[in-house]
Design a protein around this ligand. Structure first.
Ligand SMILES: *Cc1c(COP(=O)(O)O)cnc(C)c1O
Ligand SMILES: [Zn+2]
Length: 395
């Protein structure tokens, strides 16, 4: 395996710490000769089941038993949305309750292999929580920079309890995109600080294992996969996973990749649907804070995934997101955070012409209880008597 620029094909060795091409400044990926993995034996469960597809040595692994998340058949919503077979791959069931753990187990293992003493990220919350947990496990220092305001409380609590050094940019001074720029500069001039945002291609290698799990659960790839997009590392990683599994002969087809953004933070949808030349919106705003991103670092990879797969990019409103969050919770028993409800909102609004559809719910609902309670009616007050309860709840 080798690191390769996705635009000009320049290659770099696996042990070089580099995140953008020296020639053309584009992002890198890990080139994997998947055809040579045909018939390879897979054993165990979760991310490390797919060790032959990963660019780190399993002997060094830093793991919290990530991956192997629930794959839920959702017949009630499927019927309501006119979909034959609808499944939800629920990434809230990971150790720190988001898909970021799949990437972090590989990324922190890589940090250990590179003899880093600290790992760093800019984060809307979930990357920070995951980084903090895995860094603690590995004995590394974790440095986290979050945008001012608008980061869900559960995610901050996780980062703090796992011992990250955490800083917040004053709200008027900047957003996630500024935080991203600052940590990139920090890690560029501090050799021992290893950057673990999704611009890091090793992290994305861990995230591609979601595709492998979905294929093994279904016996082949689905017809379509729908997920939210923020920095768009996940859609890129999962698409790479589907291609590699097919190349290795485990599957016979590829799904359409459908990326969903919030209306107030939709730079990729603007590029795909309106031909915008810049993938940028100045002041991203949405209740789905995990995807409140105006300058996605992986946008070229995401646009390629969408176009090459015959997929699409779509937007949904905050109200549609919150309604979909409640509907998934009330009809299928799955509580996901607002960003994760965006693909459900898309399916509810537009339906889809595909037989088997997999929806990736990226993070757990308990990370952001405020998002639910802000829009919920107040809880009724009663006296401690049955009659009072009956009257209040109309029983
Ligand atoms: C990180 C995150 C996303 C966005 O993923 P990208 O790879 O940045 O597109 C979506 N939902 C949740 C819950 C996340 O934590
Ligand atoms: Zn290049």
């Amino acid at each position: 395996m080798i690191q390769r620029c996705i635009q000009c094909d320049t290659t770099y060795p696996l042990d070089q710490v580099i995140f953008t091409c020296e020639r053309c400044q584009c992002v890198l990926e890990i080139a994997v000769d998947a055809a040579s993995l045909s018939g390879v034996k897979l054993s165990g469960r979760g991310v490390w089941r797919y060790a032959p597809f990963l660019p780190v040595d399993v002997k060094h692994r830093v793991s919290l038993d990530e991956g192997g998340t629930g794959f839920h058949d959702c017949p009630t919503l499927g019927k309501a949305f006119g979909i034959d077979r609808l499944f939800v791959k629920n990434e809230g069931e990971n150790p720190t309750c988001s898909f970021k753990d799949r990437g972090m187990t590989v990324g922190v293992t890589k940090a250990i292999e590179m003899n880093a003493v600290a790992v760093a990220c800019a984060s809307t919350g979930n990357t920070a929580a995951s980084l903090a947990a895995y860094a603690g496990r590995a004995g590394l220092k974790a440095i986290v920079l979050v945008p001012g305001g608008k980061v869900a409380m559960g995610k901050i609590a996780q980062s703090v309890v796992h011992g990250a050094q955490i800083a917040q940019i004053a709200q008027v001074e900047g957003n996630f995109d500024d935080a991203m720029r600052v940590v990139q500069e920090l890690s560029a001039d501090t050799g021992s600080v290893y950057l673990l945002n999704s611009i890091n291609p090793f992290r994305l290698e861990g995230q591609k294992t979601l595709a492998f799990e979905v294929c093994e659960a279904l016996g082949d790839a689905p017809d379509a996969l729908v997920l939210p997009m923020g920095n768009a590392g996940n859609i890129s990683a999962i698409w790479k996973g589907f291609r590699e599994f097919k190349e290795a002969g485990f599957t016979t087809k590829l799904p359409r990749m459908i990326g969903v953004q919030a209306e107030g933070a939709a730079p990729i949808a603007n590029v795909v649907n309106e031909g915008a030349s810049d993938c940028y919106v100045a002041n991203p705003e949405t209740v789905a804070t995990a995807i409140r991103i105006g300058a996605p670092v992986n946008w070229q990879k995401a646009v390629a995934a969408i176009r090459d797969s015959g997929g699409l990019a779509a937007t949904v409103s905050d109200d549609e997101i919150l309604a979909a969050q409640r509907e998934l919770a009330q009809r299928e028993g799955l509580f996901v955070e607002p960003a994760s409800a965006a693909p459900i909102a898309y399916l509810k609004k537009h339906g889809i012409d595909a037989g088997t559809v997999v929806c990736v719910t990226t993070g757990h609902g308990l990370k952001d209880p405020d998002a639910v309670l802000r829009v919920a009616p107040p809880i009724v007050q009663v006296k401690p008597t049955v009659s009072s309860l009956r009257e209040a709840l109309k029983l």
